[in-house]
Design a binder for this molecule. Structure first.
Ligand code: ME8
Length: 654
């Protein structure tokens, strides 16, 4: 791996359902990190993907009526990719754990570990959490027998399984942590791993299941499938070329940083390094465990009905607003609570008031006082020098913050300059300087303002790309920003024409927007439910085709047009009507259950189709001499069959 090359990853996501804001957190952070390091001159390879095996997905697919889980998973994967696209996420590899190359790799890895004695066959009995696909010990589930990860009840399960000799690697893991103090970040997570899992010994790990079949088969014992973690974690290898592109693999491996949520740190800092040690592969340089995005201090979950989806937020406020909020509001290593109020307030204070307003007033003043041309600065006084000095120190600070993945701190530094520049406007009062006959002062002020904004756009480029480019466009700068230019003053050519455009972040009404956010989120949930229903219906209609009949069979049906002459309530049945239907040559009696759908007035005089040669049937004392033809859409919606042209009673369906 060359010095300037990095390999970073997000976890691979379960395609159980549409991703929520919490899921976007890590991907947005890693993408921003990639963009920042690329801006610094690194060659960054970024992997994300989907974790598609396991009992939960098999069950979900079956519950939704799919025999092949991939038919259930494919559309969710497509929606995930679409979401990353709409968030302007630039990944280099999207790995699906069902990719044939990956499945081949998993089998080869399993075989190798088995052949060398790192995997052996045994029996496992333990407390199993189906949603988390994890076995737990008595101590871990506690008296209430609840999963320590998700808090749901666990069940005792015994099965034949293959074990990975995890216990063998305990000492080496502890030594690795010691020798590589930045292997687990933030540091507090290392203590958690040691205290909660390593201190009192390490048990071997069950790595196969025979209770379900949706997974990679153990090559020499196909009634077992490889349990999710060997399969899922190895995706990082497959995405890097393992097993099929040796040159790429050598260039990328070991990974620089695996970014993961805190609840899967154990898998990434204990199980994964041990597997890699067993395989004789280098360990990733670092695993970073980020916190959770909570919603009003609670974990987002479908059952709590507190899931916020990113799509309506992106559509309404833009990608940069969501990115800014998530990365600025929360400290990356810790949990943070997403509230609509905090979100709108941040947009208003930081993006609209501080940044948007600065851009808009600078460009307006240049239009008003210097005919839309950026003027030339001549003499610098103390205030000008201070602005310049602050501007030129920011990049170093941001670089430093980004070494620690401190996105929030990096933004804070950039905002120091934005606020300093706003203060500069107040201090220099350009509207007064503009009245001077000597234009030296107003020219200097306006030049410095545009120069400061240019540096701000340079600093923002990897974080809020769209916003950075909008600022540059308004300043008349059409080239892409270069990082080193954030440390140079007076780059803008005097005489550059500014282009006033629409406000980059309008101020929002907190109350109105808070309500609108809920409405839009709920509308999306509803639209998705409707779409699912209509898809289910399509599948149902397509699937339940009756056995074929011949034309002779059809000939047996006598269907005729009639008119309802009279409609009365059935004397002995609450839900039925008794109709007198005129078939042209005679009137017949029909008993029907359409009472819940049509009133007597709606029935009388209605033209409809009758199956005339149906054997009469007695409904609560009244013989029905035929049947009305109606269609039902499976959703409880019902309509009588009718014709598009007036026909006389008795007309036959041929
Ligand atoms: O764990 N806030 O998949 P997953 C922040 N397939 N992060 C959140 C979050 C929230 N509210 N909710 C979820 C898996 N995440 C495995 C990973 S990797 C080899 C296999 C994060 O879809 C969560 O912490 O359940 C995790 O890092 C990621 O989303 C994927 O979660």
């Amino acid at each position: 791996m060359t010095k300037k090359s990095l390999y970073v990853t997000t976890p691979i996501y379960y395609p159980n359902d549409f991703l929520h804001i919490g899921h976007t957190y890590c991907t947005i952070a890693v993408d921003t990190y990639k963009k920042f390091k690329t801006y610094q001159g690194y060659d960054v390879f970024f992997t994300t993907g989907t974790d598609e095996h396991g009992q939960k997905l098999e069950d979900n697919a079956a519950a939704n009526g799919y025999d092949n889980p991939l038919d259930y998973i494919d559309p969710i994967v497509a929606s995930t990719k679409k979401l990353w696209e709409s968030l302007d996420i630039h990944y280099d590899a999207f790995i699906r754990s069902t990719d044939p190359q990956h499945e081949k790799n998993v089998q080869a890895i399993f075989q190798k570990l088995y052949d060398q004695g790192d995997i052996y066959k045994g029996d496992y009995e333990g407390y199993y959490c189906t949603p988390c696909e994890s076995f737990w010990t008595e101590t871990q589930v506690g008296e209430d027998h609840l999963c320590p990860d998700c808090g749901r009840p666990v069940q005792i399960q015994k099965e034949e399984t293959y074990f990975f000799r995890l216990s063998k690697y305990r000492e080496r893991l502890l030594q690795h942590y010691k020798d590589n103090p930045s292997f687990i970040m933030p540091k507090s997570r290392e203590h958690e791993m040691i205290n909660n899992f390593l201190k009192d010994g390490l048990e071997d790990l069950s790595v196969t299941r025979s209770s379900f079949s949706w997974g990679v088969k153990v090559p020499f014992d196909p009634k077992h499938v490889v349990y999710v973690w060997i399969d899922a974690l190895s995706c990082y290898l497959t995405a890097a070329g393992y097993g099929y592109d040796q040159e790429r693999f050598e260039r990328l491996w070991p990974a620089s940083t695996h970014f993961v949520g805190k609840e899967i740190m154990r898998f990434h800092t204990i199980i994964w390094p041990a597997i890699l040690m067993a395989l004789g592969l280098e360990l990733p340089k670092q695993v970073f465990g980020h916190g959770w995005v909570l919603f009003d201090n609670e974990k987002m979950s479908k059952s709590k009905k507190n899931i916020f989806y990113p799509e309506p937020i992106i559509q309404t406020y833009g990608v940069d607003a969501l990115k800014y909020f998530l990365l600025r509001e929360f400290s990356f290593g810790q949990d943070g609570s997403f509230t609509r109020e905090k979100f709108i307030n941040r947009l208003n204070s930081d993006l609209a008031n501080d940044l948007g307003n600065l851009v808009s007033r600078t460009v307006s003043m240049i239009e008003k006082y210097t005919d839309g041309l950026i003027p030339e600065a001549r003499t610098y006084n103390e205030v000008d020098e201070d602005l310049k000095a602050v501007a030129l120190t920011i990049l170093d600070k941001v670089n430093e913050k980004m070494e620690d993945y401190d996105f929030s701190g990096a933004f804070e530094d950039i905002w120091t300059l934005i606020r300093r520049t706003n203060k500069y406007v107040d201090e220099t009062e350009p509207w007064i300087a503009a009245k001077d006959e000597d234009k030296t002062r107003i020219n200097t002020i306006l030049y410095n303002l545009s120069e400061s904004l240019r540096i701000i756009s340079n600093l923002l480029y990897p974080f809020l790309t769209e916003t950075s480019l909008k600022i540059r466009h308004q300043l008349g700068l059409e080239d892409l920003p270069k990082i080193e230019d954030a440390k140079v003053w007076a780059m803008t050519k005097p005489g550059t024409r500014v282009k006033k455009s629409e406000i980059i972040f309008p101020r929002l009404d907190v109350k109105v927007e808070m309500e609108a956010m809920v409405d839009k989120n709920e509308a999306l949930i509803k639209a998705r439910e409707e779409e699912k229903k209509s898809q289910d219906l399509k599948d149902q209609i397509a699937d339940d085709k009756k056995p074929e009949i011949t034309l002779d069979d059809l000939e047996k049906l006598d269907i005729r047009m009639g008119t309802v002459k009279k409609c009365i309530d059935h004397p002995n049945a609450d839900r039925l009507y008794v109709l007198t239907v005129d078939l042209g040559h005679k009137d017949i009696t029909i008993v029907t259950n359409l009472k819940s759908k049509y009133s007597i007035e709606e029935m009388e005089g209605r033209k409809l189709f009758v199956l005339y040669n149906l054997k009469p049937h007695n409904f609560r004392g009244i013989d029905s001499e035929g049947m009305l033809l109606a269609a039902e859409d499976g959703d409880g919606k019902l309509a009588l069959l009718t014709v598009d042209e007036e026909l006389r009673n008795g007309a036959k369906v041929e």
